[in-house]
Design a binder for this molecule. Structure first.
Ligand code: HEC
Ligand code: HEC
Length: 265
């Protein structure tokens, strides 16, 4: 009860600050969700079943290599929403902290939209993982220069397409279904590429039936639409994965040409 009152008063404060900005303040341009409601969930959680997202994804939305959580700041809102749906239905498994499935299942559709809209608006500058620190901690860190070549041109000798053909220059996202992967955390990138590759080894690029979803191992990620990403990950060597993750975590969304960041889409 006390928690509820705190939450309610925070919502009131949020509404107060939002009100003078513009008539539609708090409402995203796409009317996807309400930023102020999303912020409350992100910072304080909801009821007994939803802890504050920032506990693992950090107040600025940067995520953490220690936790193995992804950066959510600037991520495409429709992509965040899809992942929350997939965690809630069990199509994707959180095999890092084993929390995202229960958390997502406890969110309403509106909660998901609100929190997806909120994280999408976080404008934390790109930093990327501290590769030197990770190396000192004993992580297997790849070579960013080699990763850059695969991201931009692919590795035709073993059938890997250029990542930027779907994910955009420096992985900044090229549309609503393609996540931003530039500036993402090293540990998370490596883990997802390995899980997608495992998913491809087990199931190929097919969309899974309900029975197959129940059958899959935790470290097999198979929720990508039409197996698009599994088909790519299936071709990657361990070295490619380490090199790509090292390049992508440091990649900045700047370029001559289209200067839009994903959050402006
Ligand atoms: C206990 C820690 C923890 C909490 C609390 C938590 N997360 Fe997560 N989240 C994770 C981890 C770890 C992953 C990566 C899971 C994996 O793929 O193995 C993740 C993944 C995600 C992803 C997938 C992102 C992507 O790029 O695909 C989204 C979206 C997400 N979390 C949103 C949320 C939201 C919204 C909340 C609050 C309602 C939340 N998380 C609370 C740890 C947490
Ligand atoms: C044919 C298009 C395509 C290509 C080429 C492609 N991807 Fe993807 N990738 C996707 C799609 C679609 C998703 C979203 C999957 C989902 O909906 O869950 C994705 C997801 C990902 C994710 C998970 C991101 C997250 O936050 O959870 C990573 C990491 C990734 N791709 C890395 C790469 C890398 C590295 C390359 C180049 C070697 C690459 N992708 C090439 C389509 C592609």
């Amino acid at each position: 009860m006390k928690r509820m009152m705190i939450t309610m008063s925070l919502m009131a404060v949020a509404a107060f600050f939002a009100a003078p900005v513009a008539a539609n303040a708090g409402q995203h341009a796409d009317s996807l969700g309400n930023i102020d409601r999303g912020r409350v969930i992100y910072q304080y959680g909801k009821g007994d079943d939803v802890p504050a997202c920032q506990g693992c994804h950090a107040p600025d939305g940067l995520g953490s290599d220690d936790v193995g959580s992804p950066r959510l700041a600037y991520q495409v809102d429709s992509y965040i929403l899809k992942q929350l749906h997939d965690f809630a239905s069990g199509k994707r498994t959180d095999d890092t902290m084993y929390q995202m499935n229960d958390i997502s299942a406890a969110l309403s559709e509106q909660d998901m939209k609100d929190v997806a809209t909120y994280v999408h608006t976080l404008k934390t500058p790109y930093i990327g993982s501290n590769l030197d620190q990770l190396r000192r901690d004993g992580a297997d860190v790849g070579d960013p220069a080699k990763g850059k070549i695969i991201a931009e041109f692919g590795a035709p000798d073993h059938g890997v397409p250029a990542c930027q053909s779907c994910h955009g220059f420096h992985g900044r996202s090229a549309g609503r279904m393609y996540p931003a992967i530039g500036g993402q955390n090293y540990v998370y990138l490596k883990h997802e590429l390995e899980s997608l590759r495992n998913g491809h080894r087990a199931f190929g690029a097919k969309t899974l039936t309900k029975a197959q979803i129940e059958d899959k191992e935790d470290n097999e990620r198979t929720n990508d639409y039409m197996g698009q990403m599994r088909a790519v990950a299936g071709k990657l060597t361990d070295e490619d994965i380490a090199n790509l993750a090292a390049f992508l975590t440091l990649a900045k969304p700047t370029t001559p040409g289209n200067p839009r960041s994903p959050s402006r889409q």
